[in-house]
Design a binder for this molecule. Structure first.
Ligand code: AMP
Length: 172
């Protein structure tokens, strides 16, 4: 894990003043780090019968895809409004200023699926909580929640459903 940690870039005051942005592009561009991330994420779910990994736009698409590939599962995108071409389900949620909406294709998940929801970073947890509700409304057998990085000072776990199994590779 030290190999990964060393390659995470802290970008100060991005996207706005006071934020320390955990940049994973410096991890993903390193072939060995990319391989380790895929392997370590997949070890968390090897025996769980996962059939779909749901990645959250846009940074969740990268880790989500490699996790799906490692598990032999399918990949499903959760996107911002108006991006998915076919019939969608939508979920709106409260942000610090105003609301945001996310969408998923209506036929993306079935009641037979075991799902891992993936995003790169857990901050306040608002986005993931909305994605969880969206996927839950499709009644899969089980939903796991997964991050590469968890920013524990922001206490995002408290915004995630109490019954959800949450795993992060790296906690700050
Ligand atoms: P959240 O506040 O948990 O809803 O986070 C919203 C989105 O912004 C998530 O996709 C996170 O990956 C991303 N994000 C929030 N804060 C950071 C940060 N400090 N570094 C990197 N990504 C972040």
């Amino acid at each position: 894990m030290e190999y990964i940690k060393k390659r995470i870039r802290d970008v100060y005051d991005f996207p706005s003043k006071g934020i320390v942005f955990k940049d994973l592009t410096t991890v993903f561009k390193d072939p060995r780090a990319l391989h380790i991330i895929g392997w370590d994420l997949s070890q968390l779910y090897r025996d769980k019968g996962v059939t779909k990994v749901v990645g959250i736009e846009s940074r969740g698409f990268i880790g989500g895809s490699i996790l799906a590939f490692e598990l032999g599962a399918g990949f499903v995108p959760v996107r911002k409004p108006g991006k998915l071409p076919a019939d969608t389900l939508k979920m709106s949620y409260q942000k610090e200023y105003g609301t945001d909406t996310i969408e998923i294709h209506r036929d993306a998940i079935t009641e037979d699926d075991v799902v891992v929801l993936h995003d790169d970073v857990l901050a306040t947890g608002g986005t993931m909580a909305a994605a969880y509700e969206l996927v839950k409304s499709m009644n899969p057998k089980k939903i796991y929640i997964n991050f590469i990085i968890e920013l524990s000072a922001l206490n995002g776990r408290s915004n995630l459903p109490a019954d959800a199994e949450v795993s992060s590779l790296i906690t700050y």
